[in-house]
Design a binder for this molecule. Sequence first.
Ligand code: DAH
Length: 340
Amino acid sequence: MLKDKIQNIKAEIESLKAQSVDDAEALRIKYLSKKGLVTALFDEFKTVPADLKREIGQNLNELKNLAQSRIAELKERAAQNVKVETVATDLTRPAVNTPLGSRHPISIVKNQIVDIFSRLGFSVAEGPEVEDDWHVFTALNFPPEHPARDMQDTFFINTNPDILLRTHTSSVQVRVMERQRPPIRSIFPGRVFRNEAISARAHCIFHQVEGLYIAHNVSFADLKQCLTYFAKEMFGPEVKVRLRPSYFPFTEPSAEMDVSCTLCGGAGCGVCKGSGWLEILGCGMVDPNVLQNNNIDPNEYSGFAFGMGVERIAMLRFGVNDIRHFFENDVRFLRQFQSA
Ligand code: DAH
């Protein structure tokens, strides 16, 4: 019976689903196209007896309207779903954060040292880590019997005692004086090597930054002014500085610079061993012998030099109490410098 078919197709249409616009279009073709199921019912309608035509005709029209509106609605909803999908792959959304590594604290402090001195007009130069005796010792006025040349401090190359791993970056002073005439205003960051037992305070490999300024009329006052500026930039404007007389073969007079203890502010604590002061660098006026060794006339030029350990500065800056942390590279240690 046509009436039953209308009922069945109505039930079918009411439960239709479409995942996509294409699905919905396939349904339209299935029910409403020229050869569609609903259209076919209209053909059959011709055979309906006259007395039922009015009722069944109405049912048929209702079915057609239902099919049209239902399929149109499915199409509309499928189209909206596509829009939602487009939002889900929005290319303007920020990317998922990939965790980045952090800079090593030694690099952070080295970069800060370079930055501070570059504001005073110092350029950066580097030299070789494997050096010869001349550049590490002799040109720097080390007497032949000086203990720094001792086998206990210096790593020598077995087959040639003239070749060694540099024990300080002062060797780069010599390299620079060889190829450049004054004025010279440079710093030399780099790795150095000493045959020392590894402990909380000492390591056999560490980093230094050396500085050299040679020009006309350079005085000890210039040295003090320059290094005081450095200390205040590095440790803060409230830090106090003092210079103590010292000895280095390549400077005369020589001094060591202390800053007021970064932990207790000078009152005295375990870190400064109760003295209130911490040594941060060695310095002095370039010895005339060193200038002469490098063919610079000490009667025309004078200069100052300084050298500091990067690990030491980093330990004071960040409150690190064991130099070995810098070389173990435990990520739990390194991560703490992410924002430094
Ligand atoms: N080279 C010295 C060292 O390794 C540090 C140093 C001291 C460098 C005084 C200098 C200086 O230029 O003037 O301990």
